[in-house]
Ligand binder design. Structure first.
Ligand code: GTP
Length: 342
């Protein structure tokens, strides 16, 4: 079976972390985000097509060095084609019903169960569904008792919402679905293709699952996914290799080769590889990028420091994004594709 992983987005809501790296490679407990997804694939998936564009060299490089017991094809789009366009662009590698998965979701979905559900219903498309409280920020499904989806309603008022279920970013699609997608242009699967399949076939199903679902789209959810996984694994902190920790860690994840000075305290924060945190530094709800330095006697709260940045001594920063380098050429100023509420 083939699985397409959508990993070509810019991840604009995760800037400045995504100025320097593909979102799919952002570390979660020091392991690239995309590896969680690859490890959750059913055994019968023997070919993984990575739909990439922005920072594709980094993704290619990572998969050259790391193998997962499956054939991995890096399928480079000439330009961002959106979630639908990227699926169409992978058509040459598809031979049968296939999975499509967003690379930026950490969840408890059993893909095996979703595929069984799809087959039982003789569906043309099945999408995973997750319940949310804030329906007015999402597209929610209008769904019948048997799981048949009859409509998508974009950002409804809570009182008008037909359900509280949203697209959770995993699909199982029959081969013929590819015929619905126009070649060579930006196409949104959710906005353009799914409504056509619903209207054209009436065999569009939704598979609701239980457990957890975290869309790692924003800095807040990036920190939250760490807090969640630390708790789930029953560990207080994660510390990478070759670190020198002289200060204290509370609910935090630290990459490899990190130095943490005396009297410093890192709370609910993520620190990437090779970062230097000086003496008497306090970090709370922060992310510190690779090779970055937080100098002595600084207090950072809700702050994101990009890769290769330095914060000077005695700084007090709150709700700040630290980025003093040029923004990469071609990086969009705002979200393209599916705009999701903040
Ligand atoms: P934002 O800019 O913050 O919205 O992030 P994003 O660009 O990643 O968009 P979004 O979160 O909506 O994308 C959902 C999934 O689809 C992610 O795994 C993206 O990598 C992927 N994706 C989005 N647009 C494209 C695209 O044009 N091509 C490919 N191949 N993947 C895409």
């Amino acid at each position: 079976m083939e699985a397409i992983i959508l990993a070509g987005g810019f991840g604009t809501r995760l800037q400045p972390l995504t100025y320097t790296r593909a979102k799919a490679l952002l570390p979660i407990l020091n392991k690239p985000m995309i590896t969680y997804l690859i490890e959750s694939l059913p055994n019968e998936v023997d070919k993984v097509i990575l739909a990439v564009n922005y920072r594709k060299d980094q993704i290619e490089e990572y998969f050259k060095k790391n193998s997962f017991g499956k054939e991995i094809i890096v399928n480079d789009e000439p330009e961002p084609l959106g979630t639908g366009g990227a699926v169409k662009f992978a058509e040459k590698h598809i031979t049968a019903p296939f999975l499509v998965l967003n690379a930026d979701v950490i969840c408890s979905l059993s893909l095996d169960e979703m595929i069984r559900f799809h087959k039982k219903n003789n569906a043309v498309s099945t999408i995973s569904l997750w319940p949310v409280k804030n329906v007015s920020e999402f597209g929610v499904v209008d769904i019948q008792k048997d799981g048949n989806v009859i409509d998508f309603v974009e950002k409804p008022k809570p009182e008008d919402a037909p359900s509280d279920l949203i697209n959770a970013g995993a699909y199982f699609l029959e081969y013929d679905v590819l015929d619905y997608i126009e070649k060579g242009r930006l196409v949104s699967m959710e906005k353009e293709i799914f409504p056509q399949i619903i209207n054209g076939t009436g065999k569009f199903f939704g598979f609701e699952f239980k457990g957890y679902w975290i869309d790692v789209g924003r800095i807040r959810s990036y920190i939250d996914v760490h807090m969640f996984l630390l708790k789930k694994q029953n560990i207080e902190n994660f510390t990478g290799d070759n670190c020198k920790i002289n200060g204290r860690l509370t609910n935090s994840s630290i990459g490899d080769n990190v130095l943490l000075g005396e009297d410093s305290h890192i709370i609910s924060s993520i620190v990437f590889n090779n970062a230097i945190i000086g003496k008497n530094v306090s970090l709370t709800n922060c992310v510190v990028g690779e090779n970055s330095k937080i100098s002595d006697h600084s207090i950072l709260t809700n702050t994101v420091v990009g890769d290769n940045e330095t914060v000077k001594q005695n700084s007090t920063l709150e709700n700040i994004v630290v980025w003093n380098q040029p923004i990469p050429e071609g990086y969009p100023k705002k979200q393209i594709g599916n705009v999701i509420g903040e």
